[in-house]
Design a protein around this ligand. Structure first.
Ligand SMILES: NC(=O)c1ccc[n+]([C@@H]2O[C@H](COP(=O)([O-])OP(=O)(O)OC[C@H]3O[C@@H](n4cnc5c(N)ncnc54)[C@H](O)[C@@H]3O)[C@@H](O)[C@H]2O)c1
Length: 409
């Protein structure tokens, strides 16, 4: 019920990367949009970016000139939060800072009608905390779009501690009406995608730190054997090492610094040195030439697997369809894969989302070739658990402790 309900008029606060993208999506689906940013330059740049995106669609024949005009005419820019009394939904997309976001929600509390749904696009802050400053926090939810918003299909609708059914249904209905795929997530660190994806990055960093293989080898293994579109290091370079590290740090701190989420020193050092990935020309790779070259020199060390761990790795690889790869490739592949599958298992156990929504989120939000929970079932919970147990014995800090969800079946 309620999923067909969506707004005619909305406001988007913040016209940066995300705000402008969200405004484009809404206006393209017939919505009137107040696009608000305190920085006039950003506002103009945001509108310019939207027009450019629409022009590209016109060139490709996907949008008529009349529709382009209609979409842009539905976006009304402003440098202050005013005139939004008619907005049925407000989506806040200002910088990731709790105090600033709460300041915005305090203003929204008095400038919107009481039944308007208030959403935040935060990727790592607690929706419930942001909602604390609003008199009626039941109307506050998260609507976490992915970058670039006009292209990425996923929206994580985040249910805060006090969000009511009406607000959640309204956000879900809006995302659907705008052609997106919504999933509902509990207000927990990293929600679904930014939490489950930690395993992909952090386990790859650990393998690099242990000197098992170089960045290009690890990336290649995950592309070839895992079917991922990009390897973990290529992806971190694309996202920006600083942005990726900030999410890892935030999830780790909110997860009581559990060793599963410990940010890696290699990444911290690259960020301190200003090697932020593609945007700075250098990260794990160097982007000075036509084809990126590995820029991080691995301190390669030989490694030995115990008989039992070697067996567990081979069984896992066999069941995951990589039985013909060499043992080093199998070891790298199975460690990274098991970290992802385990985190999805924890997220499921902790009721972050339904089984289906966790899988859909990872496919639509990060382009994973399969949903991790379905993947774990395909490989077999017993096999995944067996590998994690062996890894846990050698790690000694509990970071591979298998999630209870992997004990089912
Ligand atoms: N960039 C991403 O990949 C991404 C993806 C998903 C979610 N997010 C989240 O979306 C939000 C915005 O991120 P972004 O990348 O678009 O940031 P951005 O820096 O591109 O844009 C933020 C904008 O907020 C404006 N702003 C700051 N204070 C304001 C105020 N008081 N009133 C109005 N505008 C104000 C700034 O002028 C700026 O233009 C953050 O919460 C971020 O965590 C970002």
């Amino acid at each position: 019920m309620g999923s067909e309900i969506h707004p005619q008029t909305i406001a988007v606060i913040g016209a940066g990367t995300m705000g402008a993208g969200i405004a484009q999506v809404a206006a393209s689906h017939g919505c009137w949009v107040h696009l608000i940013d305190i920085n006039l330059e950003v506002l103009q740049r945001g509108l310019g970016g939207i027009k450019k995106n629409l022009d590209r669609l016109v060139e490709k024949g996907k949008l008529s000139l009349a529709d382009r005009e209609a979409v842009t005419s539905r976006i009304e820019p402003s440098d202050a939060i005013r005139g939004i009394e008619r907005s049925e939904l407000v989506i806040e997309a200002v910088i990731e800072d709790l105090a600033i976001k709460q300041g915005i929600f305090r203003q929204l509390d008095t400038t919107t009608r009481s039944e308007a749904v208030l959403a935040t696009n935060t990727s790592s802050l607690s929706v419930s905390k942001i909602a604390e400053v609003v008199r009626d926090p039941s109307r506050v939810v998260g609507m976490h779009f992915f970058n670039p918003a006009p292209l990425m299909p996923l929206v994580e609708v985040v249910a805060g501690r006090l969000s009511d059914r009406r607000a959640i249904d309204f956000a879900v209905g809006t995302a659907k009406a705008w052609g997106k795929t919504p999933v509902v997530a509990k207000d927990t660190p990293g929600f679904i995608v930014n939490r489950v994806a930690r395993g992909y990055y952090l386990e790859a960093l650990r393998l690099l730190g242990e000197g098992v293989a170089g960045v290009d080898e690890i990336d290649n293994i995950m592309r070839v054997h895992g079917g991922f579109k990009m390897g973990p290091f290529e992806l971190m370079d694309l996202v920006g090492l600083d942005v990726n590290l900030a999410v890892s740090t935030s999830v780790w701190e909110q997860m009581n610094k559990h060793p599963r989420f410990t940010p890696h020193d290699i990444q911290k050092k690259l960020v301190v040195d200003g090697n932020l990935g593609r945007k700075s020309g250098r990260g794990f790779y160097l982007y000075a030439y036509k084809h990126p070259l590995p820029a991080y020199v691995v301190d390669r060390r030989s490694f030995q697997l115990s008989l039992l761990l070697g067996d567990a790795v081979r069984t896992f690889a066999e069941r995951a369809g990589t039985g013909r790869a060499g043992i080093t490739e199998q070891y790298i592949f199975s460690r990274i894969m098991s970290a992802i599958l385990n985190e999805a298992g924890y997220a499921f156990c902790e009721n972050v989302a339904t089984r289906e929504d966790i899988d859909v989120a990872m496919i639509k939000g990060t382009n994973y070739p399969k949903g991790p929970l379905a993947w774990a079932e395909e490989i077999g919970h017993r096999t995944v658990r067996g590998l994690l147990r062996r890894l846990n014995e050698s790690a000694g800090d509990g970071r591979y402790e298998p999630a209870a969800a992997l004990a089912e079946c």
